[in-house]
Design a protein around this ligand. Sequence first.
Ligand SMILES: [Zn+2]
Length: 357
Amino acid sequence: MAKKKKFKRKKIFLLLFILFVIIISIYIINLVNSNNYKLKKIGYNEEEIIEIVKDKDLTDYLLKHEYDELYLKIVNTKDYKFKNIDKYINYYKNNSNAPLNDIVYIINNDINKEYSENLISILKHKYFIKDRLDRYLNYLNKKTDIDDVIRDVNSNLDYEFYTNTKKTDLSKDYLLIVNKYYYLDEDYQNSNLVTMESNYTKVSGAKLEKKTYEAFKKLSDDARSQGYYILNNSAYRSYDTQNNLYNNYKAQNGLIWADSYSARPGHSEHQTGLALDVASASTTLTTFENTKEFIWMKENSYKYGFILRYPKGKEYITGYNYEAWHYRYVGEEVAKFIYENDLTFEEYYAYYVEKNS
Ligand SMILES: [Zn+2]
């Protein structure tokens, strides 16, 4: 009886032992197969492994690659994205002078250019437009200040005036641009032209686009109620009218003079019906600047949706000499923004109209 009991106990003990060995074996097999163990074998330390295994994609990726501290450095950059990891590494191989944060920025923005500090400054500029990257980089041969480079290229100044011209996008309505790069067709005429009433214009029969005219009337009425007389001196001009005007200027004063004071046909804002030259009751265009009316216009015209289109100090961007008399309707909201940010319409158009289309 006692013998039998002893044997039974031995048997249980043996079974337990076998079970123990099985459990230990499973544990060891699991351990050897675990990512932690494999990462450790590749060369990562405990701390690194804790971070790595939080990300399954990254873990799988690193298990397939030899140890390289570059991986973890990249992973620790602010904007790292796992899907780009191979691209970061490739870029680094060809541009090992580039800071990793910059590499991540360049790749995340899908830029394929050799690294330079200028490149990064351009990419991070407030007014950077991706389509124009090559032009900015080329323009660095002409100017070094990045603000200048961005502003000039956005205003197309990397091209000579009247080169690389294109037909303006009429779908922009009140924000369409007409200048030395963008033109209107010979037969373009705004379909909403209205004839101005005589108490708003010094030239009888002058025409403006309807909404532009409504805004101008309001401006003129309000100014008048405060004692300022602001009248139209030249509004809509057809292609043919502009053609004659420009050719007369050219015949009288030469090409350079004509180009800085007058637009070539198709390139005049007056053809849009959205622009006009103003004068006070007793002045001509060129003396308007010295009037109290001009000061009033400078301070108030934006409230009615008009901008001083060719401002002083911006001749280089607009391509025109300063014109105290020429105003363009763009709507109240945009006029206010342009006024407050001291932009030319060229700059505004590149960044806020064209870029987002
Ligand atoms: Zn004008």
